[in-house]
Write a protein that binds this ligand. Structure first.
Ligand SMILES: N[C@@H](CCC(=O)N[C@@H](CS)C(=O)NCC(=O)O)C(=O)O
Length: 243
């Protein structure tokens, strides 16, 4: 095994992007290992992770770390220049925003524009995993629709919740501060930017620069673009996202 830590991700995953960005910001070298649905479960089991989700950081000779916040905690413990602070806001973003973006996006995209999803999932994948993903995509799609109960009703419910969270973030930024952290970003800024990036598709994003939202989401994104919360996402990517 490589002596570098290995970051297991889904390329399309916003929580994976949060961990990846945090490691990039930290300057900690690592190997990016994007995977595909179902293989990720086998991998999580091999790494003795408590849940199946990505991101997971595999460390040579040490237990793997699962979860974007735990991976960032570890990066900070290495004395890295990763910004700190904003823990309560980060926890709310992780608990209420990140999980809702998933059904909000897939409820429309997996049904109306499923052909646009594979390029996002297969960014940076090995040729073999890319072929496997494309072969299994029709099955993965059906299981996702059934498992996550995707559809117009789920979309509408998660949209209303998301709007409430955008209002909350806009209020935090209402005094005109450039970042949640004030004049400089804290970890909550990184978290907000990574988790809300699907709504802003920043050109610096390694994957969502190629995201074409489905029609209803595109209309939402256009209507929400001037919100301080989404301006924050674009500012964070423009000023702070470097590979
Ligand atoms: N709180 C976790 C959430 C991770 C998460 O929800 N990951 C999704 C992809 S965005 C996932 O792996 N879903 C598939 C699964 O849970 O098996 C974190 O911060 O890492």
């Amino acid at each position: 095994m490589s002596q570098l830590p290995i970051l297991h991700t889904f390329s399309i995953s916003h929580f994976s992007e949060k961990a990846r960005w945090g490691l990039d910001w930290s300057g900690i070298p690592y190997k990016l290992e994007p995977t595909i649905p179902f293989l990720h479960m086998l991998n999580a089991r091999r790494l003795k992770a408590p849940a199946s989700s990505v991101p997971i950081l595999e460390r040579p000779g040490q237990p793997a770390i699962q979860g974007s916040a735990a991976i960032l905690d570890w990066a900070a413990s290495q004395g890295s220049p990763l910004p700190t602070g904003g823990a309560e806001i980060e926890a709310r973003l992780d608990g209420k925003v990140g999980p809702r973006i998933i059904p909000y996006f897939y409820s429309e995209a997996a049904i109306a524009t499923p052909q646009k999803i594979p390029p996002l999932f297969t960014t940076d994948l090995s040729p073999l995993k890319t072929r496997s993903f494309r072969f299994f995509w029709p099955v993965i799609r059906r299981l996702m629709i059934a498992g996550l109960k995707l559809g117009p009703e789920r979309r509408e419910r998660t949209r209303i919740h998301l709007l409430g969270e955008l209002d909350w973030l806009d209020d935090l930024l209402a005094d005109g501060r450039p970042y949640i952290g004030g004049e400089t970003p804290n970890r909550a800024d990184l978290t907000a930017a990574a988790l809300l990036a699907p709504l802003a598709q920043p050109p610096e994003h390694p994957v969502y620069k190629n995201l074409t939202p489905p029609p209803l989401m595109a209309a939402d994104c256009a209507g929400w673009a001037k919100r301080p919360s989404l301006a924050l996402v674009r500012r964070m990517y423009a000023n702070h996202r470097r590979a």
